[in-house]
Structures are given as C-alpha cells and as structure tokens.
Design a binder for this molecule. Structure first.
Ligand code: SF4
Ligand code: SF4
Length: 273
C-alpha cells in the first residue's frame, strides 16, 4: 500500500531490536506504549533532474515536495487503527524541535527495517537501489513480521574500496573535511564525522540563525574569514555562491558518492542523460 501511494521503499523494523541501538527514552515504545513494529517509508529526496540542476534553490527547496512521504506514514497509522484495531502513530523529520538528539532516530528506524545501511558520509543511510532517501515512520502495537537490517553494508562501494587502496581516500572524504575514515578488508574500519562542520552546511535551514550571525559577518575585516562565516568552511572543492549558506542543505558528499550516482541513473530504453 505504501508503494502504491508513492513510496520508493518500505520496510518493517521490530521494536525489540531498538534496545541494541538506542538508549532508553529514545525508542519507539517510549513514544507508544506496547509498540511492537515500526513501518518505515523511504522516499528519494531528489529526482535525477534535480540532482543535475544548476539552480541551488531548486535543489535544496525540493524537500518541500516530501510531504507525500509523511502522508503515507500518517495514512498507514490510520489504517492500522481503523481496520486492525491497533494503536499507531507516525513520525516525520519535521516533527521534533530536538536538533541533533531526536526523540527517535529515523536513520536507525530505516536501518533496522532494511532500507539501507550507514555510510562513511555522515552516517547517511545509503540504499543501493535509491541512493539518498528521506524517511518517515509509523509505530504500531501490531506485531508485524520484520524485515530486519540488511546483512551486507552498502558503503563502501567497490569503487571507494579501490580508491582507498590506491590513494587512502574516498569520494566523500575528498569532498568534505567533515568526514574522515578508513577501509579495511572491503569494510568501513573507522569513521569520524565532525558534526559541527557538517551542521553549519547542512542544517542552516533557519533564516533567523543567519540573521543572528549577520552583524558578525558584516563586521569581519578579513575577507577569507568573512567568506568562512558567510558560507561555511567544510567543503573543500566546491565553489559556493555566497548566500547559499542561508538555506544550507549541503549534499555534496552524496553528489560524489558512487552508490548515489548509480542510483540516480535514468532507467529504461528512454534513458539518455
Ligand atoms: S558534504 Fe555537506 S552534507 Fe556531506 S558531510 Fe560535508 S557538509 Fe555535511
Ligand atoms: S563515497 Fe559513498 S560509498 Fe563511498 S565511502 Fe563515501 S559514502 Fe561510502
């Protein structure tokens, strides 16, 4: 039903699996007493056309078109209550104002539902088939048969394994100072993610935050530091138009990721881009 309503991916996680991943207070049954299952809905964040578009506003504002994903999760919750008599609630990313410590991590939900695995690039949940996905979840007391996590990690990609062996780096590490890590025997060995660097790029979604910083930016005499304050410093190889940092939502690690690049290829005989 979720797929028919427009989800790109859907999976089921067992609530009992969350105790291994999340501390008490941050699990589905902390939100819904007696919860047994979490249905996770995944939706591609951008179409291929959007990934390729030169207009950054068009790309970064595209997430406003994700409401269908949240509607699917809400509809599933209604169905579980109306037709099956099981309590249900839905969770979407815009629901909580709890910053980097959400009351429920949708990434953990997605991973435990088998929609992808954590990646070197900021722990983004990568899907082999869809690349970067956004998620919403429906928590229910109904005991559904879980899909469980994937057995093989999506990241590192074979191209990244070869690149690391050759140069000691990967496309995402090369693109961004917020990411460090190593690969051993074809698997991620160590990952260090500097969240404070990424956050200034990917989560500066509030104009009020930028406005609060504006006097400091205008007063700064050193042009390099002024640029740093205005548009962030994390990414090394990408020229940014000033002002983009107002809205943030940086996705450069995914733009260079071979898993994502493969996933956004057009399919079928008509594919010509
Ligand atoms: S490329 Fe952008 S989104 Fe990715 S880790 Fe760096 S700052 Fe964050
Ligand atoms: S580029 Fe993609 S697949 Fe390669 S290491 Fe980074 S996140 Fe993983």
């Amino acid at each position: 039903m979720a797929l028919e309503m427009g989800a790109d991916a859907v999976g089921i996680a067992a609530v009992s699996d969350f105790s291994k991943e999340c501390p008490e207070g941050y699990r589905p049954d902390d939100l819904l007493k007696g919860a047994k299952s979490v249905i996770v809905v995944g939706k591609r964040r951008y179409t291929r056309g959007q990934w390729m578009a030169p207009n950054t506003d068009l790309i970064h504002r595209a997430r406003s078109g994700q409401s269908n994903r949240d509607t699917i999760a809400a509809t599933l919750a209604g169905l579980l209550e109306g037709e099956y008599g099981h309590a249900a609630l839905f969770v979407n990313p815009g629901m909580f104002d709890t910053g980097f410590v959400p009351v429920l991590s949708l990434k953990v939900c997605a991973e435990l539902a088998g929609l992808g695995t954590r990646s070197m690039a900021g722990g983004i949940i990568l899907s082999k088939e869809h690349g970067l996905l956004g998620f919403a979840a429906t928590i229910t007391t109904m005991d559904l048969s879980p899909d469980g996590p994937m057995s093989d990690p999506v990241c590192p990609d074979r191209a990244c394994i070869a690149m690391f062996a050759e140069d000691g780096t990967t496309p995402c590490i090369r693109a961004c100072s917020a990411i460090e890590g190593s690969i051993e025997n074809g698997r991620l060995k160590e990952v260090t993610f500097y969240r404070q660097l990424c956050a200034t790029r990917s989560n500066t979604t509030m104009n009020t935050v930028y406005l609060r910083l504006l006097p400091e930016i205008v007063e700064e005499k050193d042009p390099e530091r002024r640029k740093y304050l205005a548009i962030g410093q994390a990414r090394k190889y990408i020229e940014d138009p000033p002002g983009r940092g107002i809205w943030g939502r940086c996705i450069e690690c995914m733009r260079v990721c071979p898993v994502n690049r493969r996933a956004i290829q057009l399919k079928g005989a008509e594919a010509n881009v």
